[in-house]
Design a protein around this ligand. Structure first.
Ligand code: CP
Ligand code: NVA
Length: 300
């Protein structure tokens, strides 16, 4: 595995290898005998805000023996219009890998192509693969396996997080239900291309019924702030509250990628009741990404 550009581009075997290694990384934290990023310097290039992704990559790269430079896109010439392919060709000669959070998926793909160094998607408008890898790790820790499970996503079903869930379900074969109003559903073309056991519906209660996992994300993703009022009005019914949780399987997990907006996509009561799971998810970003880093890092 040279890059992590999307979950779509991974095989089931590659996803499972990452998850196995992520579990090892968690157990071995603070006692790593291998430092695959030793003598390496990685660039983090971020065009959008971040707490979890930035900190988990900065800590993870250092724990694997590497060094890191954080580059806010607006602080470098990229923010003044220098093309991504030129930025990539410069950083590719100086850095050993890049972690990129941006808008267009094509920018991450172009960076990988022109930079020639391992490149990791730290969130684009299309996918958030690192998040879903950590979520899968969390599900496997708490439910033993992802196999045969029903994951129900509630909210903006067309944004990056549910799209990465679609590819995870398609590759690993578990059931994914997406409950969203028609204007916020993934395209039929995407669902057909993914295959697998994926249901997209406006029927929130049916989608939650008997689910092993209820999952939500913000209604207003980064870059969509000018649609905030419209989104809040359209998505208002698609939230997780205790009545919805009571429809899921007893002991079902409630998950959130964070940041959470209480009173919008999730009630404060449900969030706090499931905070241990939600913050395990956040912690697992570190372990899952260390697994990815060690797999893509060039040695020597
Ligand atoms: N979930 C997630 O990616 O969080 P940040 O935006 O804080 O990185
Ligand atoms: N869909 C959200 C995820 C945040 C981690 C966004 O893109 O803002």
């Amino acid at each position: 595995m040279k890059h992590l550009l999307s979950l779509e581009s991974l095989t089931a075997e590659e996803i499972l290898r990452i998850l196995e290694l992520a579990a090892e990384m968690k157990v071995m934290r603070g006692r790593h005998v291998e430092h695959p990023l030793r003598y390496q310097c990685w660039a983090l290039i971020f065009s959008k805000s971040s707490t979890r992704t930035r900190v988990s990559f900065e800590v993870g790269i250092r724990e694997l023996g590497g060094d890191v430079i954080f580059l806010a896109a607006d602080d470098i010439q990229l923010g003044r219009g220098e093309p991504i392919k030129d930025t990539a060709r410069v950083l590719g000669r100086m850095c050993h890998g890049a972690v990129i959070r941006t808008y267009a998926q094509s920018d991450v793909e172009d960076f990988a192509k022109f930079g020639g160094i391992p490149t990791i998607n730290a969130l684009t408008d299309e996918e958030h693969p690192c998040q879903i890898l950590a979520d899968l790790q969390t599900i496997r820790e708490k439910l033993g396996t992802h196999e045969g499970k029903v994951v129900t996503f509630v909210g903006d079903g067309a944004c990056n997080v549910p799209v990465s869930w679609i590819w995870a379900a398609a590759r690993l074969g578990f059931t994914l239900r997406i409950a969203a109003p028609a204007a916020f559903q993934p395209s039929a073309e995407l669902i057909a291309r993914a295959g697998g056991d994926i249901v997209v519906t406006e029927d929130l209660k049916a989608a939650a019924s008997g689910a092993d996992v209820l999952y939500t994300d913000v209604w207003v993703s980064m870059g969509k702030e000018n649609e905030a009022a419209y989104r809040l009005a359209q998505l208002g019914a698609y939230h997780i509250d205790s009545a919805l949780v009571s429809l899921a399987k007893p002991g079902a997990l409630v998950m959130h990628c964070l940041p959470a907006y209480r009173g919008k996509e999730i009630t404060d009561e449900v969030f706090e009741a499931h905070a241990p799971t939600i913050f395990d998810q956040a912690e697992n970003r570190l372990h899952a990404q260390k697994a990815v880093l060690s797999l893509v890092a060039r040695r020597g």
